[in-house]
Design a protein around this ligand. Sequence first.
Ligand code: FMN
Length: 217
Amino acid sequence: MLFDFAAIPPRERYKLLVSTVTPRPIAWIVSQSASGELNAAPFSFFNAFSGDPPVVGIGIGSHEPGRPKDTRLNIRETGEFVVNLVPEEAAEAMNITAIEFEPSVNELEEAQLQTISSVYVKPPRIGISPVSMECALMQIVEFGGENALVLGRVLAMHVREDAVIDPAKHEIDTPKLKLIGRMHGRGWYTRTSDLFQMDRIPRANWKLHDAKVSSKP
Ligand SMILES: Cc1cc2nc3c(=O)[nH]c(=O)nc-3n(C[C@H](O)[C@H](O)[C@H](O)COP(=O)(O)O)c2cc1C
């Protein structure tokens, strides 16, 4: 079935995108206003886009027309934020921080989350997160409507010690992180435990592979 995005309203386009582009990782962002008010909220329009420079991007909307979400305002004001990744055990706390509180409410306190000071930026990281990235704002790409893409340079990453296999080689035990992702609709999530492995095919092996396929009965 063809859905022509020019002919359907924004809300329906959003539905089509978020129920098909899945699973999406979740950036649980801690930011701080210029006057020091702390803020936490989850965002699943999120991914890593480059290793060199190390860049992450987050699509952040508005609470209502003309009022960007607090996280975007804070990042614009201070140029700093921390992206925490979400393990399954923190799913409910993460959901509490998504409540659309007024800017003065500290969601970290509402969800009873402990924080740990960051090294390079003012906002702290979330203690229960097995991975936290201290980020500096690179650019905000305004889309001309109520949404914008925030691009951040990763200054440093904290990884829970038991999930580091070899610190010298920067090897991480990814399944041990037990991260969750966001799926379709409002309330569906996924675990990252249903895995399969597939090696890349070196170009030199490709003809060999072709011959094998064609020699099948
Ligand atoms: C799992 C999850 C993912 C979300 N992803 C996004 C997102 O990508 N972009 C967005 O604007 N809001 C997203 N939201 C909604 C925000 O978290 C919510 O509006 C929050 O109140 C914003 O907080 P703030 O105003 O303190 O920044 C998401 C909510 C949940 C529960």
